[in-house]
Design a binder for this molecule. Structure first.
Ligand SMILES: [Fe+2]
Length: 291
C-alpha cells in the first residue's frame, strides 16, 4: 500500500479562488430513487436535497430529467464517491469532465467527495478505502483537491471518512491529517458526524476533542446517518435511524460551529420517505435550538 503513495509537488496555501456560494440551510435529505414519485406528487417540505452525482453522469435519459425536475423544486447539492481523491492515480479526466458538465447543468450549492480512495491503476472498488495518515498521502490529496477544483471551477467540500483499520505507517492522527488538508487548500469540510463517531469508537480516539480542533469557518455541511453495531466494531451501513450518541455528538458540533446545513443519509434498506423526513425534522429541531 505504501508504495502507491509516491508523489509529488510543491504546496502552498492558496487564496480563495472560487467563491463558496450556498443557497442551502436547514436539514435536508439524500435523494433516493424509490422516493422520486412521492416527492413529485407531494412536494414535501424539505429544505434541500443531496443528489448522488455518480448516478447522473450519463449523457441524458430519465436520471438527468429527474435530477433537473428536483433541482427546479429544491436547492440541491452533488455528493459523489468517484473522484478517488486519495488515490495515487491522477484524476480521471473523463469522470471529472462528466461531473463538470453535470454541475454546469444543475448548478448545485456544493459538490463534495471523500478523504478516501476508491481506485488504483484504473481499477475501481465500490468502497471508500482509508488512507495512511502520512505527509506523502496528505500532499497527494491536497494536490488532487486543488486540481479537481481547477477543473470544476468550484470549491470542493471533502468528507471525513469512517474506517475500520489504521496503517502502521501513519505519521499523524486523522484530525491532524484533515486539519492539514484544510490548512493547505481552500476546500471546505463536509463533517460527517456519524463517520466521526464510528471511527472514534473503532479506533479509540476522542470524537469531541477531534471536533474541537476543526476550524469553525471551514465546515459547510454536516452528514448524519445510522451505523450498525457489529459487536467488535461499528459498521457504517447508512441503514438505520441516527443513533443517540451521534445525535449527542451532533449537538456538540453545532455548539462549536453554529447552525450548519445538515443532511440525513440513508443508503441500504431505504425505508418509506416519511421515515427519512422524520429524521430530518429531528435534525431541524436541534438546528432550531442553535443560537
Ligand atoms: Fe457522509
Amino acid at each position: 500500500m505504501v508504495g502507491f503513495f509516491v508523489f509529488l509537488c510543491g504546496i502552498s496555501m492558496t487564496e480563495k479562488r472560487f467563491p463558496t456560494v450556498s443557497n442551502i440551510a436547514g436539514a435536508g435529505l439524500g435523494l433516493r430513487s424509490s422516493h422520486y414519485q412521492h416527492i413529485f406528487e407531494t412536494k414535501p417540505d424539505v429544505p434541500w436535497f443531496e443528489l448522488l452525482s455518480d448516478n447522473y453522469l450519463g449523457e441524458g435519459g430519465l436520471p438527468i430529467v429527474r435530477a433537473e425536475a428536483i433541482r427546479d423544486l429544491y436547492p440541491i447539492t452533488l455528493h459523489g464517491v468517484g473522484m478517488s481523491l486519495g488515490s495515487a492515480d491522477a484524476l480521471n479526466t473523463e469522470y471529472m469532465a462528466r461531473l463538470k458538465s453535470l454541475a454546469d447543468r444543475l448548478e448545485p450549492a456544493y459538490i463534495s467527495d471523500h478523504i478516501a480512495w476508491v481506485s488504483i491503476e484504473g481499477q475501481y472498488t465500490h468502497d471508500l478505502l482509508p488512507l495512511p495518515y502520512t505527509l506523502e498521502a496528505q500532499k497527494n490529496i491536497i494536490d488532487k483537491i486543488s486540481k479537481a477544483q481547477d477543473i470544476l471551477g468550484r470549491t470542493l467540500l471533502v468528507e471525513n471518512p469512517s474506517s475500520y483499520l489504521m496503517f502502521n505507517c501513519s505519521e499523524m492522527s486523522e484530525e491532524e491529517f484533515v486539519n492539514g488538508v484544510l490548512e493547505q487548500t481552500d476546500c471546505q469540510l463536509l463533517l460527517d458526524v456519524n463517520n466521526l463517531y464510528v471511527s472514534a469508537q473503532n479506533h479509540g480516539f476522542n470524537a469531541e476533542k477531534y471536533l474541537e480542533t476543526l476550524p469553525k469557518n471551514r465546515i459547510k455541511e454536516i452528514h448524519l446517518a445510522g451505523y450498525e453495531d457489529k459487536g467488535k466494531y461499528l459498521f457504517d451501513t447508512h441503514g438505520y435511524t441516527v443513533h443517540d450518541p451521534v445525535w449527542k455528538l451532533y449537538q456538540k458540533a453545532l455548539s462549536l460551529f453554529g447552525s450548519i446545513p445538515t443532511l440525513i443519509e440513508w443508503d441500504t434498506d431505504v425505508p418509506d420517505f416519511d421515515v427519512l423526513l422524520g429524521e430530518s425534522k429531528k435534525a431541524q429541531k436541534i438546528l432550531d435550538e442553535v443560537t
